[in-house]
Write a protein that binds this ligand. Structure first.
Ligand code: TXA
Ligand code: MG
Length: 315
């Protein structure tokens, strides 16, 4: 699926005017605005109802262009960029002076990536600048992986949604910060940490208390409307409730009102690509609560378990 040239030109014109446009990326749909225009950045925050302490990711047309937004690009970071861009990897590096405080929530660092989706790439080429783009959902809610999901989340609030079909990866980019001495993963995501470590060696992981290093890592996030619990099958099912079950590969169906299996063959790539959309569908089906089967704690399974923990933390 590819928007026609007129639609892409319209998107560029809107972005130049400081408007926001929803765009497909290979991870999730983003709500894009001109990174140089504080008014556009403010609009992103207000459309999403996003708190200002949660900084945005800048999307660059190319690796070379990234040198304009950072003041230091250490060789380890560059190796990752050369290996994985365009793709679902975000790097956090010291920011260039011009990058507005609104984009970085006042931090001296900036998050940046080169997306791989052909529509995002073509738009960035035509726009010839940097686009700040958080996921195109209202704050705290499930990330959208289809144009329809963006319309469900933000319809009526934005002038244009570019439809690039369903997102291939289905979960957000992996974020690696280079602002301490050693590289640190501040968000697990579509690129498994194991693949990153194969290129640059050990990467720090695990929770960080310092909000200057890992801002926006809120406990509650990606939340469906219905309560969600992580359920490994060891407890009995709640009585008198219509229960939806989100499983990784189990297809057993007794006792549930609705069972959705992400990958009967146990393929984590397939499971990730379907995760948010399936959660969204289960959430709007006739169930009172959602139980979710944990994933194996390796590769993409780690990123998916992270999303499940945050989606369930209110429950
Ligand atoms: O896959 C993705 O990364 C998607 C698509 C649209 O590109 N975007 C996305 O953006 O997930 P968002 O706004 O949902 O995530 C932004 C997160 C922040 O919550 C924070 O964790 C991290 O990026 N971040 C941004 N700037 C940072 C910085 N200066 N230092 C550390 N983390 C930062
Ligand atoms: Mg998000």
């Amino acid at each position: 699926m590819q928007p026609d040239t007129d639609t892409l030109n319209k998107a560029v014109a809107l972005l130049r005017e400081g408007q926001v446009v929803a765009i497909p990326t290979e991870t999730v749909y983003g709500l894009a605005g001109d990174a140089r225009n504080p008014e556009a950045l403010a609009r992103i925050f207000s459309v999403k109802e996003r708190p200002h302490f949660d900084p945005l990711i800048l999307h660059s047309p190319s690796l070379e262009a990234v040198t304009e937004v950072v003041t230091d690009f250490p060789p380890t970071a560059r190796r990752l960029a050369e290996k994985f861009w365009p793709g679902p990897l975000t790097l956090v590096l010291p920011k260039a002076l011009w990058v507005p405080d609104l984009a970085t929530s006042g931090l001296p660092s900036v998050a940046v990536r080169v997306p791989a989706h052909p529509v995002a790439r073509e738009l960035l080429q035509k726009f010839d600048g940097f686009l700040a783009a958080p996921s195109a959902n209202r704050f705290g809610r499930i990330s959208p992986t289809t144009a329809q999901a963006v319309n469900d989340e933000l319809g009526g609030r934005i002038p244009l949604v570019l439809d690039g079909g369903p997102c291939q990866n289905g979960i957000e980019s992996t974020i690696i910060s280079f602002i301490e001495g050693q590289p640190r993963c501040v968000r697990l995501g579509a690129l498994p940490v194991e693949e990153i470590e194969a290129v640059i060696g050990p990467v720090l992981t695990g929770p960080v208390a310092d909000a200057r290093i890992a801002p926006g890592n809120l406990a509650s996030h990606y939340a469906p409307r219905k309560p969600l619990y992580i359920w490994d099958g060891s407890n009995t099912l709640p009585r008198g409730k219509r229960v939806g079950w989100l499983t990784f590969k189990t297809v057993k169906i007794t006792g549930f009102t609705n069972v959705r299996c992400l990958s009967p063959t146990g393929d984590l790539v397939e499971a990730a690509s379907r995760f948010f959309q399936t959660l969204r569908e289960l959430d709007s089906s006739a169930v009172d609560i959602i139980l979710a089967e944990p994933f194996p704690e390796q590769g993409l399974g780690r990123a998916l378990n992270d999303r499940l923990r945050r989606a369930s933390s209110r429950s």
